[in-house]
Ligand binder design. Structure first.
Ligand SMILES: [Mn+2]
Length: 339
């Protein structure tokens, strides 16, 4: 690809080139796929054009569901709207941050005046002002350098947003990072509100989720060392993962199984199957028993898949299948079905 800047060009020069893109009479629209890094980047770009453009508005293509991201929006007062409220005719100049048009079809509908990103360069990338830095762990680090170059002291909310953006995109610097991110992090630290940062980081649930947790507690049953909950209808399947994770905190528990019904089939029936893939050694008798108990409680079909390795014959596979059948029969005759 054509590099927009020779390596040596200073951030100050880039900054003044960036400013030339948007005129005082222009309305600027910034598009993002909202996560902390992109929201912080949009806030920074908005700050850069504050009082320099007629208006700057931020539109996200996705909805924000994660509790920590909701806290981010609330406590850092991120001002943005969903793209469905976008009136294209009102926007004169377009910017895309922390993404490239190829990343999403909703990004492909227009030409961009500004693209600033840190993802690998995609095909046919074009913009009047293009700054792609693949060697940055977070786009927020690039934006912090622009603020510095423009001698803009970030507000505590903007600094906290960028700081958190870097933290999440680099997974707290676990990902092989990169001196640029460290430098930006150090620069932002003095302006950051650690109180808000802690609040965002400790936001693991929403009020709505709390009701789901209560529902989960009421439905929790223990089968051997398995914590098992069938949640029935759920609006958001991600919740099942959080609940399963939550019950893993119980000391006596080895397995946490959470089930739920997310979508109906074409006829409108909620059909559930438990699929048990078995491979290698025949499953333990006890494990088979547990799984059968769960299937029975849910009144659902149990599908046992035996995955054969190259040196196994079908006879070997039959063994684990018959384990489930025999166990089921035994439980039936012992009257154990009515758990
Ligand atoms: Mn990013």
């Amino acid at each position: 690809m054509e590099t927009p800047f020779p390596k040596s060009i200073s951030f100050a020069k880039k900054y003044s080139r960036l400013l030339e893109i948007v005129k005082a009479s222009d309305t600027l629209g910034i598009l993002i796929n909202a996560d902390p890094d992109s929201m912080a980047s949009a806030m920074a770009l908005k700050r850069i054009f504050w009082k320099k453009a007629r208006s700057v508005s931020v539109y996200r293509i996705n909805s924000i569901k994660r509790a920590d991201n909701l806290a981010f929006v609330k406590f850092l007062t991120v001002d943005h709207k969903h793209i469905r409220y976008l009136k294209r005719s009102r926007i004169k100049k377009w910017a895309l941050v922390d993404s490239q048009p190829q990343h999403h079809e909703l990004f492909m509908k227009q030409q961009y005046d500004i693209i600033i990103d840190h993802h690998p360069v995609t095909d046919q990338l074009q913009a009047n002002f293009l700054d792609i830095r693949e060697d940055y762990g977070a786009n927020s680090s690039i934006m912090a350098e622009y603020l510095k170059a423009g001698k803009i002291k970030p507000s505590s909310k903007l600094a906290t947003a960028l700081f958190y953006g870097i933290k999440t995109d680099t997974h707290n610097f676990v990902r092989a990072t990169i001196s640029h991110d460290m430098d930006a992090f150090k620069y932002l630290y003095r302006f950051t509100s650690l109180r808000i940062l802690r609040k965002i980081e400790s936001s693991e649930m929403t009020r709505g989720m709390l009701f789901e947790y209560r529902r989960a507690m009421e439905r929790l049953i223990f089968i051997g060392d398995i914590a098992f909950v069938h949640m029935e209808r759920v609006d958001n399947p991600d919740l099942l993962v959080l609940i399963a994770d939550f019950f893993m905190k119980i000391a006596e528990i080895q397995w946490s199984i959470v089930s739920g019904v997310y979508q109906k089939n074409l006829e409108g029936y909620e059909v559930m199957k438990i699929i048990v893939p078995t491979v290698g050694a025949v499953p333990h008798q006890r494990t088979a028993g547990y799984i059968i108990d769960i299937a029975k409680r849910l009144n659902t079909q149990l599908v046992v898949l035996r995955i054969l390795s190259e040196d196994e014959t079908e006879a070997a596979g039959e063994q684990s299948l018959s384990l489930f059948i025999e166990n089921g029969k035994k439980k039936e005759s012992a009257g154990e079905w009515n758990l």
